[in-house]
Design a protein around this ligand. Structure first.
Ligand SMILES: [Zn+2]
Length: 409
């Protein structure tokens, strides 16, 4: 039973005490899924540039298209992303992009829970660094003025190869002072690692450690190209990791983030989709399945990542990576009511052999099509696959107009 924003009671026979009853016959209730790394407005570039090498992809397609992104475009792209998340069972996400005030507007309307960061890139230029700090401060003030407990501010230094050490340390201090997460891309590709080492003489994590940028407020996306000793360094510093298996495979980042070693080091690992331009969906069910398969294939070991652990990564471990495991990530009395319901009366979830196979069914067989109800903070955002907070037809129309202008500009 939900009261206000919280889970008030769990059990049978509560029906008569409730004002509103949602029929759960034939349904599985799960904690809402948590996407720890995305660039929401990139839904506008979904499918626009695929099957390309990362540098060509960025330089020839993504960056030129992004140059034409207006605040209104980012708002509509974010709204599309919110609709996709609600319809695929995600209730919380961590975002990094620009025009974040507009992303906040979309999230506020949609009713999702989000951590929003402005992606800082100073390219080692002091004047640019100052301007980026100013934009970060402005987002901080803006989100505070919204007064929403669902929408939280985060820091978003893009990466160690795009931000000066001064900026990385400023960000760390700002995060500390304002109790915020510091979200950054770390060691995503082999080329990034090799180029970085050539330039700085040390590896990316070693560098972040050396300049004193690591902290337990840092959420590092990717971490594909890290050594065992770097994993130990991350663990010691209390850094969390956002693992994005689909994006890493699609962009051929090479290898796979060393998850078993990260677990051993006590690192909180969440799952992320990354932006829709490099995935191409925000589907966390697909991400769970690909995650489990990637690590089995990589280690030649079918037991290396089981279904329960994979589901944990998309729920309670994702919450831990974001530092909110006391508020969300599991179905417990007192936690925020972020819940999804999956319809089992579809072919892909049949037969269910018993309680002990349900988790396998969820990770290896379930899809967004099974999600029929999504609740955040006790508010119903979708029921029987009907969106309650977003006019999907209007959003689709706006997005298709914006996409045409973007790509043909
Ligand atoms: Zn990213």
């Amino acid at each position: 039973m939900i009261k206000d924003e919280k889970i008030a009671e769990i059990g049978k026979g509560l029906k008569n005490q409730a004002d509103v009853v949602i029929d759960g016959t034939g349904e599985i209730v799960l904690p809402g899924l948590i996407n720890t790394h995305t660039h929401l407005s990139m839904t506008l570039l979904r499918g626009y540039a695929d099957d390309m090498r990362l540098q060509d992809w960025l330089q020839k397609k993504i960056w030129p298209a992004e140059a034409g992104l207006t605040p209104e475009a980012c708002y509509q792209g974010a709204l599309l992303g919110c609709a996709e998340m609600i319809m695929s069972g995600t209730t919380t996400f961590m975002d990094m992009y620009f025009n974040m005030e507009e992303v906040a507007r979309a999230v506020n309307e949609a009713g999702l829970r989000a951590f929003l960061s402005y992606g800082i890139i100073d390219l080692f230029d002091a004047a640019k660094a100052k301007a980026e700090q100013e934009k970060t401060r402005r987002l901080f003030e803006h989100l505070r003025s919204l007064g929403s407990s669902r929408i939280r501010f985060a820091l978003g230094p893009h990466a160690a190869y795009t931000c000066s050490p001064e900026t990385l340390l400023w960000v760390k201090e700002f995060a500390e002072k304002n109790d915020a997460i510091n979200h950054i891309h770390v060691a995503e590709t082999r080329k990034e690692q090799a180029d970085f080492q050539k330039q700085h003489g040390v590896r990316v994590v070693e560098y972040l450690d050396k300049i004193g940028a690591l902290s337990n407020r840092m959420l590092a996306a990717h971490c594909v190209w890290v050594t065992k000793s770097e994993v130990a360094t991350l663990g010691k510093a209390g850094v969390s990791v956002a693992h994005c298996p689909v994006s890493n495979m699609k962009l051929a980042s090479g290898g796979a983030a060393p998850l078993p070693e990260m677990f051993e080091a006590g690192i909180a690992v969440g799952l992320g989709t990354d932006g829709a331009a490099s995935n191409n969906t925000l589907d966390m069910f697909e991400t769970m399945k690909v995650c489990a398969l990637l690590h089995k294939a990589q280690r030649w070991d079918a037991t290396v990542l089981n279904a329960q652990k994979t589901l944990d990564l998309a729920t309670i471990e994702g919450a831990r990576a974001l530092g909110v495991q006391k508020e969300i990530g599991s179905i417990e009395v007192g936690k925020n009511a972020d819940l999804i319901m999956l319809d089992t009366r579809l072919p892909n979830l049949n037969p269910i052999h018993g309680k002990e196979t349900v988790v396998s069914d969820l990770v290896y067989s379930a899809s967004p099509a099974n999600v029929d109800t999504t609740i955040v903070d006790g508010r119903v955002l979708m029921v029987n696959r009907q969106l309650k907070t977003i006019n999907l037809d209007e959003t689709l129309l706006s997005v298709s107009k914006i996409a045409k202008q973007l790509v043909h500009a």
